[in-house]
Design a protein around this ligand. Structure first.
Ligand SMILES: Cc1ncc(COP(=O)(O)O)c(C=O)c1O
Length: 477
């Protein structure tokens, strides 16, 4: 098994499609039943109630609305994905968190406090920026092409979308009387956001990070320390840091709060993170209506584990005329085995407390992810995105390290904006997307973060050469 009891909620469990997903016990841990996933109208079920082959077809509006209602139920299921695969000792803690989350959703005082923080501290709303030169770059010989807009999450305090969720969860932790926050970070953006929120709310903060990631994202490590956080290093990368942060949290459930930075983990974590990130899509809808009087035609976001993508997409799930495209990290290529393309190459399994697509080998061992965008490196992915992809509502594609580096350079040169390497994956996909779109189509790309943290990496690889000129300095294994 990939993870033992000490390092994760549960070992990675691999579920073949025909497996009966009922109550299982292993290693003394209760694995919650997922039989209700098979009962869900969103999942095709066999007469035995086992999970079965799911038809891949677009959802009808009624199905979407029904699934939306189901998504907010207490099981945290998205079709067959999600759930709460945790030891019994954690169930009470997660139930308390769920109760608090449901409370704050309808508490005007909390909502007012959050709205003020998002406006005055985070700096929302973020602009929907018309990228004129990028738009011109993608015009064909006849001068036709889509219009490209960037949702500028890079302009948030801390330089990424992560603060939308971090500030809200830190407020929840404070209400619950927790004194100490523990979080895991890969790219360091969630670490910076959490450290900042903890400083503001006077909470003790420990950030766990893989040693290699600390080297790759050194400027963010300095920021976390300056913001008063203790930064703990662990061997490995983001997945190992997450396991260690969970261990730290479980060590003292009464005072510690595990502040998860992306839409994974056991219920209610994926729903909570998505809810706090959904402001991205809500603003985008309003801004699009004001700017051009209708919805965007295409939404594009990078998919590391899913929080910025769901943040943009969630508002539009029921709008079937809006395409939603998630772009994963193909690393050195999908066939190289060195990538983080979980939706493309993963199989269904359980990891860090929830069922989702998962990069794993035939024995269910986790396959280490790779991407030049550190925040893209996670072997699992949001259960909600897994569901939306399975049902054909979200399209998923991938771009290589090289393509992401080129897109980073291109945005620098054409728009004077330096995107995070994670966001560069979404931007890189424009190369393939734009030639297929009708003239004037409105495309919104989520610029999920700023890329000063990645400047040394990009500069080392390109030595200041022009975008696309990677014959001299190819990104290679
Ligand atoms: C700027 C930025 N964008 C995207 C991601 C990927 O995470 P997610 O898929 O949860 O948005 C990260 C992760 O660290 C990030 O820092």
């Amino acid at each position: 098994m990939a993870c033992n009891l000490q390092t994760s909620f549960l070992p990675a469990l691999k579920f073949p499609a025909e497996a009966t997903l009922d109550k299982r016990r292993g290693n003394g841990l209760v694995v919650c039943s997922v039989a209700s996933a098979a009962d869900s109208i969103m999942t095709e079920s066999t007469p035995t109630g086992s999970a079965a082959v799911v038809r891949s077809r677009p959802l009808s509006r009624r199905e979407v609305e029904t699934s939306e209602r189901k998504m907010t139920d207490t099981t945290g299921k998205f079709g067959r994905f999600g759930g709460k695969f945790v030891p019994e000792t954690l169930m009470t803690c997660l139930s308390k968190l769920e109760a608090e989350f449901n409370l704050v959703l309808h508490d005007p005082e909390f909502q007012e406090e959050l709205a003020t923080a998002l406006r005055d501290y985070v700096g929302r709303e973020t602009p929907l920026y018309f990228a004129q030169r990028l738009t011109d770059h993608y015009k064909n010989e006849s001068g036709c092409g889509p219009e490209i807009y960037l949702k500028r999450e890079d302009l948030n305090h801390g330089g990424a979308h992560k603060i939308n969720n971090a500030i809200a969860q830190a407020m929840i932790a404070k209400r619950m009387g927790r004194k100490s926050i523990v979080a895991a970070t890969g790219a360091g953006q969630h670490g910076v956001a959490t450290a900042a929120a903890c400083a503001k709310l006077s909470l003790k903060c420990t950030i766990v990070m893989g040693t290699l990631d600390m080297e790759r994202q050194a400027s963010n490590v300095l920021l976390m320390k300056l913001l008063g956080a203790e930064v703990k290093s662990v061997d490995g990368n983001f997945k190992d840091a997450t396991s260690e942060a969970i261990r730290e949290w479980v060590g003292n459930l009464e005072t510690n709060y595990f502040l998860i930075g992306t839409a994974v983990g056991p219920h209610p974590c994926p729903s909570m993170v998505r809810e706090f990130q959904s402001i991205i899509g809500k603003e985008t809808r309003r801004q699009a209506m004001e700017r051009w009087g209708r919805k965007p035609d295409v939404l594009v976001a990078c998919v590391g584990s899913g929080s910025n993508a769901l943040g943009l997409f969630h508002e539009f799930i029921a709008d079937e005329d809006v395409r939603m495209i998630g772009v994963e990290a193909a690393g050195f290529g999908l066939e190289s085995g060195k990538h983080s393309a979980t939706l493309a190459k993963g199989e269904v399994g359980v990891y860090h407390g929830a069922m989702s697509y998962l990069l794993q080998d035939e024995e269910g061992q986790i396959v280490g992810p790779h991407s030049i965008g550190v925040g893209m490196e996670y072997p699992g992915v949001s259960p909600e995105l897994s569901f939306l992809k399975e049902r054909g509502r979200v399209e998923s594609y991938s771009v290589t390290d090289q393509e992401a580096v080129d897109a980073y350079q291109l945005l620098c040169r054409l728009e004077g904006i330096f995107p995070a390497l994670e966001a560069s994956h979404a931007l890189a996909f424009l190369d393939k997307l734009c030639p297929t779109l009708p003239d004037g189509a409105k495309v919104v790309v989520n610029c999920s973060g700023r890329g000063d943290k990645d400047a040394p990496t990009v500069f080392r690889l390109t030595q200041g050469s022009s975008p696309g000129d990677h014959k001299r300095h190819p990104v290679s294994p």
